[in-house]
Design a protein around this ligand. Structure first.
Ligand SMILES: Nc1ncnc2c1ncn2[C@@H]1O[C@H](COP(=O)(O)OP(=O)(O)OP(=O)(O)O)[C@@H](O)[C@H]1O
Length: 273
């Protein structure tokens, strides 16, 4: 879904005076006595693509929900700045089945050129000519393309994505990575992408954050040259490092092995995927 969230209107402390798209200091979110986010600090620059990984249950979705303005019950913070114009994409596209694709994309858009913008957005995601199709006529990957179009047609300053490709097959996922990169280069939102897929994080992100014990435990710029295809020693080392930080021990040589194309990470202690 591409929810057009209201941002953190109530939580803003002095607005975005820092030049960052997101700036969080000392964020605490507890459920009962349990602090899922515990004095978390995070900054995302305008146009920056940040991937957020972490073990199941580490609080990734909770953080996204706070930033999206979906979760208002924050326990505390010192600073909590995010833009007003935020879009969210989830694992399922959440299209309205009774509306055609173009209407799904333009829903809530104001202005005389909404239809034109919607058509352009659908073309950008490779669905030109499908404006009058119904969501049910689309594959899962195509539905996620519509969800991306619906997000980006609003030109968000911040795009929050919670495992947007988690339900897609490996081949479709790779195509969607290329599409998302293109879209982000064209629209330049700041992006915070939650993923279990270390290869997805490496393929897409400028920076990978590891969430652990309620905080950002590691902050790793990705400096591999494009295209970031698996196979190089530098890629394998980075992949093994990220997996190790998630509690998965992988010999770097394994990165070239049969599982290298998937890179899915769901640490053994599990939880909901
Ligand atoms: N509404 C809620 N009430 C109580 N506990 C909650 C609630 N929402 C989340 N939690 C707890 O907060 C913790 C973090 O959940 P969250 O969904 O943010 O983790 P996650 O890192 O996104 O996990 P996953 O990778 O499995 O999706 C979990 O232990 C979860 O049970």
């Amino acid at each position: 879904m591409a929810t057009h969230a209201g941002g953190l209107k109530d939580g803003l402390k002095g607005g975005l005076t820092t030049g960052a798209a997101v700036r969080i200091e000392g964020l605490v979110r507890a459920f009962g006595d349990r602090r899922v986010l515990d004095a978390l600090d995070l900054t995302v620059a305008p146009g920056e693509f940040v991937a957020l990984i972490g073990r199941s249950g580490s609080g990734k979705s909770t953080l996204l929900r706070v930033l999206a303005g979906i979760d208002h019950d924050v326990t505390g913070y010192q600073r909590l700045d995010a833009p007003e114009n935020v879009s969210v994409v989830f694992q399922d596209a959440r299209l309205l089945p009774w509306k055609r694709l173009l209407e799904n994309v333009t829903l809530g858009l104001d202005g005389p050129d909404a239809t034109r913008r919607g058509r352009t957005a659908l073309a950008e995601v490779g669905l030109a000519g499908r404006e009058r199709a119904w969501p049910v006529e689309l594959s899962g990957g195509e539905q996620q393309r519509v969800a991306l179009a619906r997000s980006l047609v609003r030109e968000p300053e911040l795009l929050l994505a919670d495992e947007p490709f988690g339900a897609l097959d490996a081949l479709t996922r790779i195509r969607m990575h290329a599409l998302l990169r293109r879209l982000c280069e064209a629209h330049r939102p700041a992006v915070l992408l939650v993923t279990h897929d270390v290869d997805e994080a490496i393929a897409l992100a400028d920076r990978v954050l590891v969430l652990d014990a309620g905080r950002i435990a590691a902050d790793l710029p990705i400096t591999l040259p494009a295209p970031r295809a698996p196979g190089s020693p530098a890629y394998a080392a980075l992949r093994a490092d990220l997996l190790a930080r998630l509690g998965v021990d992988v010999e770097p040589a394994d990165a070239d092995g049969p599982d290298a194309d998937r890179g899915g990470v769901e640490p053994a202690e599990g939880g909901t995927p």
